[in-house]
Design a protein around this ligand. Structure first.
Ligand code: MG
Length: 456
């Protein structure tokens, strides 16, 4: 069990190493606290393909039933967004997803979602923690204990849901050839069937579900996607796409084999969606590209910047009734489907976008998206010194400053630097963006020096 008052929820749910940092007793007690927090209604539990997910799922279902809740268990492995979509559309009061997203295989975790399928607000996470630490979980007596049933159609409903949000005829006409790197992750059960049903020719890599993630690991990065890039080029495919371990993020590769980071694919989709919804609202964290503002201006839309983290983006999308949201790590949120990141929805929308634009992927990006260069790095900082470092940096830096999350200085019209303490590790992250790579790198170098000096 964790020591009293240790925060359980991090940036994205509760994460730990089963059997090492926490055991199954912890999961049962936490699930009792989650069931107590919800108080009524049926809850859905889903799991990704990690080796410990099956055991954690049983413990979670047990804890929820112990608190008196009836539980639907999504059959087999499901992508996180499929579980979230099922909560939203199948009448659940909320749910729990067993996943550690892109973390190494030995990790796992619980993500708690509300009635709308979106991660519960930060304050509600603290309510669950309070129930947990106060030992205030409801333990139902034998008459009131919950029952579990299997939910067989979560993946099918999810695929049908995505298909209903795009122009499948337009996509089918293009006969796209697509290379998909599933990374042995949860989209193995959904994305290939989705893409094939839209008339695309599909080649898959790492398509066997495996909690050891033997292919390229659960985190798609430009380095781990070298195979995807090579296969796209060698067979002359129209595009490549890769997902993280639980399938909520999608990273694309153009027909020339270049890996497009989330800023570029996110902007391409934002531009496409906003073109069809003039006067719309785009939501993205402070760390993503300023191309977002350029696109919004062109489409007569507004941009809202949030703290870093998909929960903040999702919640702001709901508050602002926004049109689209994206993160620089490949998370895209299309609210007509569900206000959470979704790798399969992002893929379908990208196919529609490319079909509508009628040009190659690389040409679409260079034609529609203003190009900025971003670079980032991290510096280890003693957690006790974080406030001091931030104060020193603020005192010594000139330029317009934004304080949505960390400190973001605009050094001139088109260059900025963001200095942000990590929420989960004793490090500071430094991001820099400018019109040329050289300039972005020189800004980054300068500020890494400043942060290191301030923390010495
Ligand atoms: Mg993920």
């Amino acid at each position: 069990m964790p020591s009293p008052q240790e925060r359980l929820f991090g940036t994205n749910g509760v994460r730990f190493q089963p059997g090492i940092s926490h055991d199954l007793d912890f999961v049962i007690k936490l699930s009792e606290a989650i069931g107590t927090y919800f108080g009524d209604g049926d809850l859905l539990v889903g799991r990704d393909g990690r080796l410990s997910s099956n055991a954690l799922s049983y413990a979670t279902v047990s804890g929820l039933m112990s608190s008196g809740r009836n539980v639907g268990e999504a059959a087999g492995v499901v992508p996180t967004p499929a579980m979230q979509y099922a909560v939203k559309t199948q009448g659940f009061r909320g749910g729990v997803m067993i996943t550690a997203s892109h973390n190494p295989p030995e990790y796992n975790g619980l993500k708690v979602v509300g009635r709308d399928g979106v991660e519960i607000p930060r304050l509600d996470e603290q309510r669950i923690e309070k129930i947990f630490y106060d030992d205030a979980e409801t333990r139902a007596d034998w008459r009131a204990v919950g029952v579990a049933r299997e939910e067989p159609s979560v993946v099918k409903n999810y695929i049908d849901g995505v298909l209903s949000k795009v122009n499948t005829k337009l996509i089918a006409k293009r006969n796209f050839s697509v290379v998909m790197d599933l990374g042995n992750g949860a989209q193995c059960v959904a994305a290939p069937y989705l893409v094939e049903s839209m008339g695309c020719k599909l080649i898959t890599l790492n398509s066997v579900l495996d909690g050891n993630f033997p292919g390229r690991g659960p985190e798609p990065t430009p380095e781990t996607l070298a195979d995807l890039s090579a296969v796209v080029k060698s067979i002359g495919a129209d595009l490549g796409v890769a997902y993280d371990g639980d399938g909520d993020r999608a990273i694309f590769c153009d027909e020339q084999g270049s890996i497009l980071w989330g800023d570029q694919s996110g902007c391409l989709l934002a531009d496409y969606v906003l073109e069809r919804a003039p006067g719309g609202v785009l939501v993205t964290p402070v760390s993503s590209t300023q191309a977002a503002e350029a696109i919004a201006k062109k489409r007569n839309a507004r941009v809202f910047r949030t703290r870093v983290g998909s929960v903040d983006v999702s919640r702001t999308i709901i508050e602002r009734n926004a049109t689209f949201g994206f993160e620089e790590n490949g998370g895209c949120i299309y609210p007509p489907h569900i206000s959470v990141r979704d790798g399969a929805m992002t893929t379908a929308l990208m196919l529609e976008c490319l079909a509508a634009r009628g040009m190659s992927f690389s040409r679409a990006v260079s034609y529609w998206i203003p190009r900025f260069h971003q670079t980032k790095a991290k510096v280890e900082v003693d957690p006790g010194k974080v406030d001091l470092v931030m104060k020193k940096v603020e005192r010594d830096t000139r330029g317009r400053v934004e304080k949505v999350d960390g400190l973001k200085f605009w050094l001139d019209e088109r260059s900025w630097v963001l200095i942000r303490p990590s929420g989960t590790e004793p490090i500071m992250r430094v991001f820099a963006e400018a019109e040329t790579r050289e300039k972005a790198e020189s800004i980054l170098k300068k500020f890494l020096k400043i942060v290191k000096a301030a923390s010495a």
